[in-house]
Write a protein that binds this ligand. Structure first.
Ligand code: IPD
Ligand code: CA
Ligand code: CA
Length: 266
């Protein structure tokens, strides 16, 4: 599988940061962590990984801007290009020794996501995609699942926790969804949730209150694997609006409908 020069740059940055995260994951107990908010820790590992990605991408494409979780927005001379990066998605898993976390890097060109890398260093799973070129897990081409019925589907979600709002609304959504599907999962990394939808491991995924760096790369992966992605209302405001619904064409449609149903007591 031939990768373009720009995708290679992204893969190199993700792998280098991934090696650093993997080392720190091995010593997770010894890491000093600072509390950013209840249930939302930022570790030194997180910052180190972001520094590596920032340095690698800046060196390869000096003018491009950034939107990164820790640094925030960094303007570049080139207003056409922006990297959208989460150096560690799945921080809570990472700190608890659960090997489900990832690095997510997307490249936006003129407001459109054109390349994406999501890497889980603990499992050495590298997801890559370029607009129009398909989606891959390592060297294997990805396709969303073919399941058409919600009753056969495994659906991923995000569960709000301490310090986050939307608890009541999530429970209403979950009540609707769990009554119609074969299983519900909560991985703890939105980037990997979307990568799993692209890989056909999960048939659909929904979450609210996300940030652009959680979803930018995953949106392209799902689409390039033949899937559908929208915000919770069926529109396209996923990056700024924070809500997302993904799946194959049928599951995406059914999931949107199910999420919006008025809840009937059971
Ligand atoms: C979190 C993960 C998680 C999602 C949270 C995100 P972080 O990102 O993507 O799955 O439910 O809302 O904030 O904090 O681990 O980078
Ligand atoms: Ca995140
Ligand atoms: Ca993060």
């Amino acid at each position: 599988m031939a990768r373009s020069a720009i995708l290679n740059v992204m893969v190199q940055a993700a792998m280098k940061a991934g090696r650093s995260l993997a080392r720190d994951f091995g010593e997770v107990q010894n890491l000093q962590v600072s509390l950013k908010g209840p249930g939302d820790y930022v570790s030194q590992a997180d910052r180190k990984a972001e520094d590596i990605i920032f340095a690698e991408l800046s060196k390869a494409r000096p003018g491009y801007g950034f939107l990164m979780e820790e640094r925030g927005a960094v303007e570049g001379e080139d207003s056409q290009h922006r990297w959208i990066v989460d150096p560690l998605d799945g921080t809570t898993n990472f700190l608890h020794g659960i090997p489900v976390f990832s690095i997510s890097i997307a490249l936006e060109r003129q407001g459109q996501i054109v390349a994406a890398v999501i890497y889980n260093p603990a499992m050495d799973e590298l997801y890559t995609s370029e607009r129009g070129g398909g989606a891959f897990l390592n060297d294997r081409r990805l396709r969303v699942s073919g399941r058409a019925k919600l009753s056969d589907a495994v659906i991923g979600c995000g569960v709000p926790h301490l310090g986050r709002g939307h608890h009541g609304n999530f429970l209403l959504e979950l009540r609707n969804v769990m009554g119609e599907v074969a299983g519900v999962r909560r991985l703890g990394s939105a980037a990997l949730d979307l990568a799993y939808v692209a890989a056909g491991r999960m048939d659909g995924f929904w979450e609210t209150a996300l940030s652009p760096w959680d979803v930018a790369a995953g949106i392209l992966l799902v689409r390039e694997a033949g899937g559908f992605v929208s915000d919770g209302k069926g529109g396209q405001d996923m990056l700024d609006g924070g809500s997302i619904v993904a799946g194959n064409e049928t599951i995406h449609r059914s999931l949107l409908k199910t999420l919006k149903k008025p809840v009937t007591p059971r």
